[in-house]
Every structure is written in C-alpha cells, then in structure tokens.
Design a protein around this ligand. Structure first.
Ligand SMILES: [Ca+2]
Ligand SMILES: [Ca+2]
Length: 644
C-alpha cells in the first residue's frame, strides 16, 4: 500500500501534464482581422447616422450641427460644420460619424479573403450611441444605422418587451447581420462578435427604466445602485459606473458574478446570435471576444462558457486581458476562455522591433516569447490572437515612427503617451520608408509566429495614427481618392502626407499570409529557436508539422548577416518565395528570409537534425523513459490491483 501512495502523486503529475486541450480546433492558427465597423466601409449611404443618434455618448453634443463626415478628408482638419461649434479637434473627432455599416463589411469580404484573412473579429455591432459602441443600448439588436432601415428598426425595437426573449423581433439590421454571417461562412471564414457584458449604456432600455421608475423598475436589481431618489429619505439616485464613468452603469455582481436578471438577459442574447431563430448554430456567430473580462467575476464566465459550449461546442471565446501570464492564467485554464487578445505578444514584439536603442536583445526577445508560449496549454497558445495594435492602441504604422519612447508593456503610461491629444510631441504623421520597413518585419514575424495573428483593419493598407481616436480613422481603400493629410490638431499645417492604399504593403502582408495558409508547419506546427545572434541582431526559428518544416531568419540589425548553419550546407532547403535552393544564406538588414524543406525523390521532405536539438533530444528521451515507466506502473495497477 505504501508503494501505491508513492506512485499516485507521480501518476497525477503525469496526467496533469497531459492536460486535455479544451480549445476549438478550427481557430488554431487562423488569421484574424479586427474590424471597427463604423470606420471600415460605408456600403449603404441611405442609413448613415444622424446627430441625434449619438445622444448620451461622449462628448455629449448631439445637437450642434452635424453631417456624416467625408470619408476621404484630411483627418485633423475641422470641416465647416465642425468649425461652427467652436470646439477643438478632439471634441469634434469624437462626434464624427463616417457611416461604416454591415453592408460595407459584406462588400469587402472578397477583399479580406484575397488578403488571406480567415476569421473576423468585429468590435461591437449592437445598438449604441457612440462610434465605438462599447456603451450598448441593447445586446439583442444590431445598431439600426448599420442596417438598411434605421427608422423602421427603431420603431420595431420600441414596441418590444426586452424581458420577453421569445418575442424579440428581428430588425432589418439584425437580419443583415445574419446575412453577413452567412456570407462569411460561405467563404470558409469565421466571425466573432464583441460581448460587452460588464456594463450597459446610460440610455439602455434597462437603465432608462431605472432612472424613470427607480425602485419600482423591473430592472432595479440590474445595476450597482448605492441610493435611490427619495425625497422622504433625502437620498439621491447614485450608482456605480465602470471606473467611475457614469454613462456606463455597471451590471450588478455578487459572489457568483453578474446577478440573475442581467445574467438571463446576457444568456438569451448570447443564444440569439449563436443559434438565430433556432435554425442551428451554423447560422450563428462562431464565438465571442469579451470586453474587459477582468471586470466580471470568474463564476459568471464559467457558467457562461458552459452555456456557450452547449449551443456550439466549437465556439471560440477570447478575452480582452492585458495582464501578465500569472494573472491571465485563471481565465485560460479550461473553464472560461480559449484564448485572449495577446497583448503580451504585442509588448514583446514592440520591445524588439520598434525600439532602436532601448530594445530587447535577441536572446531576451526569444526568452520572453518562450515564457509566453509555455505560459498556457498548447491549445491556448495556438489560439492566442497575436496582435501588434488594436482600437485601444497606437497603430503599428505610428508605433514604428516613435521608437524609444514609453514601453507598450507599461499599459497606462504608454496609453497616454501614445495619444496625440495629450502628447504634442508624439509623431502622428506618415511613417518614413525606413519606419515602414520595420512594420513589414513586424508583420512578417507576427504572421509566421506560433498562434493566430490578428491584423487590425487597415494596417495592411498602410494606415497610421496615434492611440484613440487616431487609430480609428476611416479605412483607406484603393478605389477612393483621399485628400492628403496636411493639418495638425491645432489646425496649423505641415507638408502634405499622401494618403492612399499602399499596394506594395498589402502585397507584403498577402504574401506572408499565403505562406501561413499554405504551410501547416506555420499554421499549426511547433516552434523551435534555431538562432539567436545578439551581436548582429539575427533571429532564426523553425516551425514543424509532421514532415513539413519552415525556417525563418530575421535580421533586425543594421548590416547584412551571413548565416552558415550546418543544416543549410547540404542544400536541402529552398526559399519559399523564389523557390531557389539555399546553401549559404545572406539576410539584408531589416529583412526576413523564409525557407522550407525540399521534397526528396521519395516525396518526403528532408529535414536534418540540428546540432542545437541534441540537448533537447536527450530531454525528450529521458521524458519518454519516465512516461513509459509511469505507463507500466499504471498498467500494473490496472492489471493486478494494488501493488503489494
Ligand atoms: Ca452607411
Ligand atoms: Ca463588473
């Protein structure tokens, strides 16, 4: 019996290390594209928002003169309608609407397909007064201004009882969103929506009712109300908003997370978009991105995950988390999310590529990446959304134009520093060709790295812009002629920056995405470092899947690097782009080379064992030996009962 007690912990360790992969398969290694719907494409000019639609949204100016902003205009230039209100650019930019909509996204699906995108993440599309729509009026209706009949939709919504999900109507915008999902699926692509379940907008049906009816409201328990408007008690209506933002009343939580009323509402809305009209989950979205996931208690996410997976077991759940590995881990341990927006990847990548004098060494870069890869289960690592920018960060096109400033990993300090509105010295102008080369290198690395790259809309087209709101400019399209940017925020002028679709950059993204989509080694292969040269700033890694291998060499340095690894000597690799056999490798400064094994006559791909691998191999053999031993112990126990 003593022996058994000795072996049990060993066996437990073995089974724990072989943790079950709880993540969906389809999403491993896909290429994400993040869309900010109001700014992506205006596919319908008849539905464009009105000034009154933004009532309740920052900067709380829905009554000054308004028009839909010209899509192709100079970003910082105040238009005549804006000049009339006498407010500065930062006030006016927040009240601008450009008219992007669902039809616009549908129209551009073939463009995205041609780029190599396989999955879409849409920033919120539910009805809301702001441009970003993180202040939802509802979770069960698409913004009427995103659909073909805003006025008709609003009437339908007004006549409906939000507490009766059985009777929820399908507005024209809702139906167009279903069409979008169908068109996405038709192209073998996937789509997820943004779930902003921590708070509602101040003008949401629920909070409006609470304001009006106070303690008599059917929604009185939905929010964090500190005191009610009560003349007798001499109390005023007070409640908690998200981080003190009173326009974003937070949904009430107890020890189990979001309380019953709003929880049921969220669950019903979740099902509506995942299995619309009970037609089947193939007609619904393929998952969710969860806004400020850390602001909602764990038990809620655990319940919600079960609900989601009961509707579609292959649904993909990704959380907005910007914390270090240890703090992120509880969300990614199998009972909450499948992945997160991988901001840690962005921090590491920026440190290495963006910074010139304060950047990390190749060795540090490699170590941090390894730590992050190993920080979570393998399924999670494959599912991570590897991003380099987002709607909450400076665009990569501007990050590269501002090296050696604050570090992206210092989230709060970096956030403010990278906003042109608060930092006049931030360079918000077009990146130079040398800076753009940096972006290219970053993009190529992002695409070839393990996990799922996420491209922020327009990065591939050469868009630039500092942090919010400049990272949310209207998309640059090939068929639109844009005014050059010549205006500074204070309305003074600078030399013109030409604005237009950067075909060369697009083709760069396209060509690397094609490699990812063509080679399983890149899409879902393992990852091994093969070269870290700190002196020359050269980095090499291998991606391997079954008998396919892709080698990547990146020169972040200032001089041409000659790479003479023994594996290259026999000429068993070729350049994936030129198809030329490679024996001796030269990588230009700030350039990248991608190789793949040449198929031998037998049809197999020759892969040589690297000398670097020998140590790893020893570890593998040792592990195998231990595992075999453990397997035999388990076998003995199963066959012969307890060891005596
Ligand atoms: Ca429109
Ligand atoms: Ca909360």
């Amino acid at each position: 019996m003593k022996k058994i007690l000795f072996y049990v912990p060993l066996l437990m360790t073995f089974f724990a290390s072989a943790q079950k992969d709880f993540t969906p398969n389809w999403s491993k290694g896909v290429v994400w594209y993040q869309i900010f719907p109001e700014r992506f494409s205006n596919g319908d000019f008849t539905n464009d928002p009105k000034g009154s639609d933004q009532e309740g949204a920052y900067p709380f100016d829905s009554t000054s003169e308004f028009q839909v902003h010209p899509w192709s205009s100079d970003w910082y230039e105040l238009q005549p309608y804006e000049q009339k209100n006498g407010k500065d650019i930062w006030h006016n930019i927040q009240r601008r609407r450009y008219g992007g909509d669902i039809q616009g996204i549908i129209n551009k699906l073939d463009y995205l397909k041609s780029l190599g995108i396989t999955s879409l993440y849409l920033c919120p599309v539910f009805w809301s007064p702001s441009s970003h729509k993180y202040d939802a009026l509802t979770y069960h209706h698409i913004d009427p201004a995103f659909g073909p009949d805003p006025d008709g939709d609003k009437k339908l919504i007004a006549a409906e009882d939000p507490l009766n999900p059985e009777k929820w109507v399908w507005t024209k915008a809702d139906l167009l969103a279903l069409k979008l999902i169908e068109e996405v699926h038709k192209r073998d692509m996937h789509i997820i929506f943004d779930g902003v379940f921590n708070h509602l907008g101040i003008n949401s049906f629920a909070f409006k009712d609470v304001i009006k009816n106070q303690e008599a409201s059917a929604y009185k328990d939905w929010f964090m109300v500190d005191s009610w408007d009560n003349a007798a008690k001499k109390t005023k209506f007070e409640y908690k908003g998200w981080f003190g933002v009173t326009t974003l009343p937070e949904l009430k939580e107890d020890a189990n997370g979001i309380v019953e009323g709003p929880k049921n509402y969220i669950f019903n809305a979740t099902k509506r978009w995942m299995n619309p009209m009970n037609k089947g989950s193939q007609y619904g979205i393929d998952g969710w991105r969860l806004d400020v996931a850390y602001c909602v208690a764990h038990p809620f996410w655990k319940d919600w995950r079960k609900w989601v997976k009961s509707i579609n077991s292959e649904a993909y759940l990704t959380a907005e988390l910007v914390d270090p590995i240890a703090k992120t881990l509880p969300y990614l341990s199998g009972d909450e999310f499948d992945a997160s927006m991988n901001y840690n990847f962005a921090f590491i990548t920026h440190d290495f590529f963006v910074q010139d004098t304060t950047g990390s060494s190749v060795t540090e870069f490699d170590q941090k990446l390894k730590e992050l890869r190993d920080g979570f289960g393998e399924g999670v690592a494959q599912n991570m959304q590897n991003l380099v920018g987002s709607h909450d960060a400076t665009r990569i096109g501007s990050a590269v134009a501002n090296p050696d400033g604050k570090k992206f990993g210092d989230w709060g300090a970096y956030f403010n520093w990278s906003q042109k509105s608060g930092n006049k010295t931030y360079n918000a102008q077009k990146p130079t060709p040398a800076q753009l080369q940096k972006q290219k290198l970053i993009a190529a690395f992002q695409i070839l790295y393990l996990g799922s790259p996420m491209i922020y809309y327009g990065d591939e087209a050469g868009m630039w812009g500092s942090n919010d709101p400049d990272c949310r400019k209207p998309m640059v399209w090939d068929e639109i002629k844009y005014d050059p940017e010549t205006t500074n925020p204070d309305q003074s002028k600078h030399a013109p920056d030409l604005v237009g679709f950067n075909t060369e950059l697009f083709q760069w993204y396209q060509k690397f995405l094609a490699v990812r989509n063509q080679y399983d080694a890149v899409k879902k292969g393992n990852y091994t470092t093969i070269l870290t040269n700190d002196a020359e700033k050269v980095y090499g890694f291998s991606r391997k899947y079954e008998n396919q291998e892709v080698l990547v060499f990146i020169n972040r340095g200032a001089t041409t690097a000659t790479i003479t690894l023994p594996i290259l000597k026999k000429g068993k690799y070729k350049d994936v782009f030129t198809q030329k056999r490679v024996k001796k490798l030269s990588v230009s400064p700030m350039d990248i080379v991608v190789l793949t094994g040449i198929k031998s006559k037998k049809g197999n791909i020759s892969i040589e064992m690297l000398p670097f691998f020998y140590d790893d191999l020893k570890v593998v053999f040792k592990s195998c030996f231990v595992l075999l031993l453990l397997r035999d112990v388990k076998y003995l126990i199963l066959q012969f009962g307890p060891l005596r």
